[in-house]
Structures are given as structure tokens and as C-alpha cells.
Design a protein around this ligand. Structure first.
Ligand code: NAP
Length: 348
């Protein structure tokens, strides 16, 4: 067994070296967008959490931002907090910051991503303010529970916002972005989740829509190859934002499968910084934590690693991680069955 694994590793390394010799450009560090300074970044779900942290990060780099969300008051409050430099963790999921930005660099649009016509208008208006360089589809929501306990309307809401909201946003922006992207490298950023790469028990439609976003991102990535528009799929783990209040409400009592522990949630500003770093590099699959790295290796699928260090890491970790799934899976099944026997369901 050990001999076989060693032989496999040696073979993998030899294949990688051969690949490097044949396609050296594949692993050359290359910045798709060298700087965010002066770029226009449109962020859906920009009034809170990860979206607001992305706005803060981009403004700090000298970008212009359009923030889209449904609630106009919360959008104004978010813009005020950016302008006056008083973002607070409790309201936004972003640690406090003291930088202040001119309000001329921020455009607010109240619109619902699940309304195709509203998104078409909002994006056209944003584009006429400044051409969009980076389009971030970040708005999202979750209704947690066991599948057959959920209302049809909840299943539909999550699908409309998480999946169709992203589809409508890209559909409205793409023709406008394509018209200039050959001369101006552009990016589409789709915010999925680690639950878009592995199942999360109790987050059925959330997990399903986030998986669907991976499919959408893969297709678009190839469709837009000759348009100079890179597609990035961002998969953060649990992140300290108001969205976790929903998880708190619905977390299963005693549940260990969910891996949910708010104390270990990632900080929104770290997720934002890692996201934009990956976008600048034109990376396709962006994870933001150590757990994310492991899941990314297991669930990457057809997409190859995007840097030499990633490729080497994957080659060394793939087999041990695959073995680990054989230990973890029966454990997970036992735990879920036990919970189901005890009738431990979701809190109301
Ligand atoms: N927090 C996490 O643990 C975590 C982990 C992985 C991935 N994510 C993903 O990250 C994204 C942002 O989540 P977050 O944690 O930052 O959540 P959040 O703090 O609740 O923010 C959600 C944002 O989306 C907006 N929004 C929701 N529904 C919308 C709609 N129909 N149309 C337009 N805007 C809408 C909200 O504003 P309005 O309500 O005013 O519309 C708000 O600005 C989501 O896609 C989420 O799935 C989050």
C-alpha cells in the first residue's frame, strides 16, 4: 500500500514536471487586473457583510463602487459608514475601520437581484456612471431546515435570490462589459460558498444553489475566454456577518455535522481581501481558509490548479484527503442517523 502510494506520488511529480516543460506559461504568475485603482466594482448585496467588506477593500485600493441591495435605508447607512469611516462589526460583519472615502466614489442602487427588469435598469444606470470593470454577484440568503419541512415559497426564494439573482445580474451586465473588455481586462466574481463544494446538512436549497453557481461559473469561464473577462468563483466558509444570525436561529441542537461554530467564523474583511487578491490574479476557484483549501482540493473537479504551489500542494494532499473522507463519511452518517432517531430537528 505504502509502496503504491509512493509510486503514485513519484509518477504525479514526473507528470507535473513534464507538463511544466511543455506548458511553462501555464504557471507563470500573471496579474489579470494589476491594480484596482480607478476601477469600477459593482457589488450586489453591498450593504452588509461580505459585500460591504468588499466595498471597503476596493475603496481602500482607490476603486469606484456601486452597491446594490433591496433596502435603500440600509444602503444609505452602509455608504455613510464608508464615508465616515465607522464600520462596526455588529451591524455589518466588518471590523471597525478609520479610513474615510469621498461619497463621489460610491453609487447606490436599490434593486432586488431576483427581479430581472430591475437589475437590467440598475446595471445600465451604474454602467452609465462608469463602465464596470469587476462585477461581483454576492447577494445571497438562506432558509435552513430539513427539505420536506420547508415551505415551497422558501425553496423558491432561496433559488430566486442565490441562483437567478446571479444569472440576471450577469445577463444584464455582460453585453456592456463585452463591448470594452478586449481593451480593459474585466472580471465576473460569483460568490458561492464552501457549501457549494460539499453538502451542508440542513442548508438544502442554499447548498443546491451554491453548487449550481459552480456550474454557471465553469460554463461562463470558457464562454468568455476570448472576451478577456475572467470568471472567479469564491467559496468562503462560515463568515462573521448578519447572515449567521439565520444559521444561529436554525442550527440543529447538538449538531456536529454542520461544522458550525460562530466563534471560528472567518472575518468578512479577510474574506474580502483574499477574494480581491484572487480576482486580480484572475483565479477561477478562490477559497479563503485552511478548511477551504482542503475542500477545494477534494471538490475542484476538472479545473486544474492555478499556480505551481497549488499544484504541488494538491498532488501531496489529494490522496491523504481522499483517505480521510473514508474515515469521515461513516462517522458523519452515524451522527446524522443518531440525530434523526432522537428526533433532533431544527429549532424554530
Ligand atoms: N456569512 C457566511 O457565512 C457566508 C459563507 C459563505 C458564503 N456566503 C455568501 O456570501 C454572500 C454575502 O453573504 P453575507 O454573509 O455577507 O450576508 P449578509 O450580511 O446577510 O448580506 C446579504 C446582502 O445581500 C443583500 N440581499 C439579500 N437579498 C437580496 C436581493 N434579493 N436583492 C438584492 N440584494 C439582496 C442584503 O441587503 P438587502 O436585504 O437590503 O437586500 C445584504 O446587503 C452570500 O451570497 C452568501 O451566501 C456567506
Amino acid at each position: 500500500m505504502t509502496m503504491m502510494m509512493a509510486a503514485f506520488l513519484v509518477l504525479a511529480i514526473l507528470l507535473l514536471l513534464l507538463f511544466l516543460l511543455c506548458f511553462p506559461r501555464q504557471f507563470k504568475p500573471h496579474l489579470h487586473i494589476p491594480s484596482l485603482h480607478g476601477k469600477h466594482v459593482l457589488i450586489t448585496g453591498g450593504s452588509s457583510g461580505i459585500g460591504l467588506a468588499l466595498a471597503h477593500h476596493c475603496l481602500l485600493q482607490g476603486s469606484y463602487v456601486t452597491l446594490i441591495a433591496r433596502n435603500a435605508d440600509r444602503l444609505s447607512q452602509a455608504a455613510q459608514s464608508l464615508v465616515h469611516g465607522n464600520l462596526s462589526t455588529s451591524a455589518s460583519g466588518v471590523n471597525g475601520h478609520s479610513a474615510q472615502y469621498s461619497k463621489d466614489r460610491i453609487l447606490l442602487k436599490a434593486a432586488d437581484v431576483s427581479d430581472a427588469a430591475a437589475m437590467s435598469n440598475a446595471i445600465a444606470e451604474s454602467f452609465s456612471w462608469r463602465p464596470i470593470d469587476v462585477l461581483v454577484c454576492n447577494a445571497g440568503t438562506s432558509v435552513n431546515g430539513l427539505f420536506d419541512d420547508m415551505k415551497i415559497s422558501d425553496l423558491e426564494t432561496v433559488t430566486r435570490i442565490n441562483l437567478l439573482g446571479c444569472v440576471y445580474t450577469i445577463y444584464a451586465a455582460l453585453p456592456l462589459m463585452k463591448a470594452r473588455s478586449k481593451r480593459h481586462p474585466s472580471s465576473i466574481v460569483i460568490v458561492s460558498s464552501l457549501s457549494g463544494l460539499l453538502f451542508v446538512y440542513g442548508a438544502n436549497m442554499y447548498s443546491a444553489t451554491k453548487h449550481a453557481l459552480k456550474g454557471l461559473a465553469e460554463v461562463l469561464r470558457f464562454e468568455l475566454l476570448s472576451d478577456n473577462i475572467k470568471v472567479s468563483l469564491v467559496c468562503p466558509g462560515f463568515t462573521e456577518t448578519p447572515l449567521l444570525d439565520l444559521a444561529d436561529k436554525h442550527v440543529i441542537e447538538g449538531n456536529k455535522i454542520f461544522f458550525y461554530d460562530r466563534d471560528y467564523a472567518e472575518a468578512a474583511k479577510v474574506v474580502a481581501a483574499k477574494t480581491m487578491e484572487g480576482v486580480k490574479q484572475g483565479k477561477f476557484l478562490i477559497t479563503t481558509s485552511a478548511a477551504g483549501l482542503m475542500v477545494r482540493i477534494l471538490a475542484r473537479g476538472f479545473t486544474p490548479a492555478e499556480s505551481l504551489s497549488d499544484a504541488l500542494l494538491e498532488i501531496f494532499l489529494l490522496v491523504p484527503l481522499r483517505v480521510a473522507t473514508h474515515v469521515w463519511f461513516p462517522f458523519a452518517k452515524r451522527l446524522i442517523k443518531k440525530q434523526q432517531k432522537q428526533g433532533l430537528n431544527f429549532k424554530e
